[in-house]
Design a protein around this ligand. Sequence first.
Ligand SMILES: [Cu+2]
Length: 231
Amino acid sequence: MLSRRAFLLSALATSTVTPILARAQTAPQASSGANDGAPTVLRLERRSIEVNGKPATVFGIRQPDGTFGIRTQVGKRFRVRVENRIDEPSLIHWHGLTPPWQQDGVPRVSGPPIPPGGSADYDFPLRFGGTYWMHSHQGLQEQLMMSAPLIIRDARDRADQQEVVVMLADFSFKPPEQIFEELRKGGGMPSMSGAAPPAPAAAEMREWARAGAQWRRCRAWPWAAWPPSRT
Ligand SMILES: [Cu+2]
């Protein structure tokens, strides 16, 4: 049994899973992304997708025009307003960016979550380019796809090349709370003999749960080490 992290990494490495969230655009698009004028609005909302012919309701982070996430560039400010349009609190972490800690989007560390119907404003300089992502740090919302691309272009990008952003996510019709509870109880895959020692991945997941699963996993991504210092 693979841990979620291992699955994600293997999916990224082999691309053997079907991308269920993909957008393709030709770079660059001057009208998209954060800017120095009015804030870019990101709406946290529920949306419907289809997986293997069956409908499912998941979360999404989209601009009012339907754009998933943000594309912007080094040198601009990350001026964003997050509107919570779901019926539960949420807070979005800008994975890979280096905001002031109060804008880092970790509930009860950076600040309180955004209540249903509320909003939060973000404003900080973008110093590094990269292919990042944004995701909820509230409960198990990220497991229900409360995530989106976060693309910061820099001078090395070439405007004459097509840019395609593909974001992969694993999905289950089983509610994430149920999956988490099964992992917490030691529900590894039973062995052929029936002795059912816990699989290493399940043991690893339980360890993460004890230590704060989301934060640990978030920090474990390789690009979390870049840039090397935080402001
Ligand atoms: Cu993260």
